[in-house]
Design a protein around this ligand. Structure first.
Ligand SMILES: [Zn+2]
Length: 390
């Protein structure tokens, strides 16, 4: 919306309100008061048209002293200011509204809610928090207040409070906040780990899985804790659970799985583990890990045949790159340059593809985020599966 159009819309709101007011009250109100009211509107309008919104707000606030029935117009004006990013003006307007002693409790709550949203937009979370804590006692504003408090506690990384608020919200809005709550527990667990408290961290992770059995992140952290403590069998057990949850996350943990078997000196166990994972679903990462084992045990040809057979069933750029790489090693000197060009083309194409994509907003990238940096959804960013991904 252009500046000019915006101010025109803003200016028309009070005029519309005052017209309605006049129609309803014409016979009851003395001429003198009505004249003062409309004069102040036109003064305010004039300031708006001259692009002096601060003075316009002053004019409208003065008008409010004359008649509090125009409160909704002021709320709409404040809302417009906030949506335009003019948060300071919105705050001033809403603060002035709340300061009116004559305001009825319902309008006061509405004004307070708007002020809370202004503070959120301005990043003044401590002020917003005290407003929404007060408003959550009001049935009409309870759900939105809890939603805002949940946002505040995520921003301020107060995960204990985030859990409490999300659980209250779940009980009233009938939506499943389980995946979010599970991530709050995972955040707590990561902090407890950093503080050298793996026992507490494991308790938080159990809570995460109790509320969302599909929380992949909880199992990734559980396995990492077991691995760090030298409990390699436990780490492998948790990794098996993780693969059952979502085989697409194998690339995140494959190195740790291989290292766990290495520590146990159990090479056969690793091979059997990969075979059983291959039977559970397709994963180019597992195909390549298994091909490495075949290569060391039975030679390049068997490994290359295995990759080719897997590629025929499920084509993947990742598998194709490995296959070309192996062919380059064995190629005649005359064939090598063209294979290298082919490798380069496929590799460039593969590198431009995102490894992860948000199922909610489509945001893609090479980094795994538990909370999408674009739409802020939890658990919506997943590894890309198929030809170009995992
Ligand atoms: Zn997203």
């Amino acid at each position: 919306m252009s500046e000019w159009l915006f101010y025109l819309v803003v200016a028309l709101l009070p005029i519309a309100a005052v017209s309605g007011y006049r129609l309803g009250k014409r016979k009851k109100q003395p001429e003198r008061q009505e004249g003062a009211l409309s004069r102040r509107y036109f003064v305010g309008l004039n300031f708006l048209l001259n692009e002096q919104p601060d003075k316009a707000i002053d004019a409208f606030i003065k008008m409010l002293e004359v008649d509090s029935e125009t409160v909704e117009t002021h709320l709409a004006l404040g809302n417009l200011f906030r949506k335009r990013g003019e948060v300071d003006r919105a705050i001033r307007l809403h603060q002035n509204l709340i300061a009116r002693p004559s305001l009825n409790p319902e309008v006061r709550s509405m004004s307070l809610l708007e002020l809370g949203l202004d503070y959120m937009a301005a990043g003044l979370f401590d002020r917003a928090e005290s407003i929404f804590k007060e408003l959550k006692g009001d049935v009409k504003h309870k759900a939105i207040s809890l939603q805002q408090l949940m946002l505040i506690y995520q921003q301020t990384k107060d995960w204990e409070q985030a859990v409490l608020v999300a659980e209250q919200l779940q009980s009233i809005d009938n939506l499943d906040h389980g995946p979010e709550i599970a991530h709050f527990y995972c955040e707590l667990a990561e902090r407890q780990m950093a503080q050298g408290n793996p026992k507490q961290a494991n308790q938080s992770l159990k809570r995460a899985l109790a509320i969302d059995a599909m929380c992949v992140r909880a199992n990734i952290i559980r396995a990492a804790i077991a691995y760090e403590q030298g409990q390699y069998k436990q780490a492998i057990k948790v990794h098996r659970e993780l693969i059952k949850q979502d085989i697409g996350f194998v690339p995140e943990v494959i190195e740790q799985i291989a290292a766990s078997f290495q520590h146990l000196n159990d090479h056969k166990g690793y091979r059997v583990f990969l075979e059983s994972t291959l039977a559970q679903g397709h994963s180019p990462t597992v195909v390549l890990a298994y091909a490495d084992i075949l290569r060391s045990r039975k030679g390049d040809r068997v490994a290359a045949d295995f990759i080719t057979q897997q590629l025929q069933q499920k084509p993947s750029l990742k598998g194709l790159l490995k296959l070309i790489e192996m062919h380059i090693e064995h190629a005649q000197p005359s064939a090598r340059p063209s294979l290298e060009i082919l490798y380069d083309i496929v590799n460039r194409s593969y590198k431009t593809k995102p490894a992860y994509r948000c199922a909610n907003c489509g945001f893609g990238g090479k980094t795994l985020f538990w909370q999408c940096p674009s739409c802020k959804h939890w658990s919506s960013v997943k590894p890309v599966i198929g030809l170009e991904g995992e």
